[in-house]
Design a protein around this ligand. Sequence first.
Ligand code: PLP
Length: 231
Amino acid sequence: MSIIHSNLQEIRRQIAEAAAKCGRSAEDITLVAVSKRFPAEAIQEALAAGQAVFGENYLQEAAAKRAVLGKKVRFHFIGHLQSNKAKLAAETFDVIETVDRIKIAAALNRNLEAIDRKLDILIQVNVGLDAAKSGVLPDQTAALLEQVKEFRHLRPKGLMTMPPLSNNSEESRVHFRNLHTLAKKMQSYGLLPEKKMELSMGMSGDFPIAIEEGATLLRIGTAIFGKRPPK
Ligand SMILES: *Cc1c(COP(=O)(O)O)cnc(C)c1O
């Protein structure tokens, strides 16, 4: 068995364990394997081990991998998106998790309309009010979702966050909890779906805590593929 295969098995075991511990069904939690900076071969190995959903941060890199792998994989974009790259993004991804401003939403919608495609998106929220992070501020989230509602080619499914870096995973908990509370509020305003609302939170270092706080999408890279090669 390859190292990627055994890492995936171990992560799946830990997801099941964390879900059971808090009375959730592991089936409601999707593992997004973050393959940024790893070659298409690494994705092929994960595919062979039954992993079909991948997270990518760099547009050109992801588009090149898409050209090799085709529609066998589902790609989530989890990087910072520039509106002048919206065309390629609209063509390449199955989900864009990092919509955080009206300009990018408008650019995506325009390009999706041109290719007659609808796309699931998440709103990235800077719940930690961290100057180093992208994301809409929590108190601006409703206003952004109100505007996104007008864009017929975008389907907002939920929220995503990346808490401030910390060596102590417990410090992420309050941010995960705040994202969940904010998402429920958006749901109560009719701005996010009643069913299957997504909460993308939790990475290699803190995903069991994210599961306890309601995560439905886990973005895990290092624990599956190992230490990332330099750019
Ligand atoms: C790289 C990245 C991850 C994966 O982080 P690991 O610590 O390697 O699991 C998750 N989310 C985002 C937004 C990332 O950029």
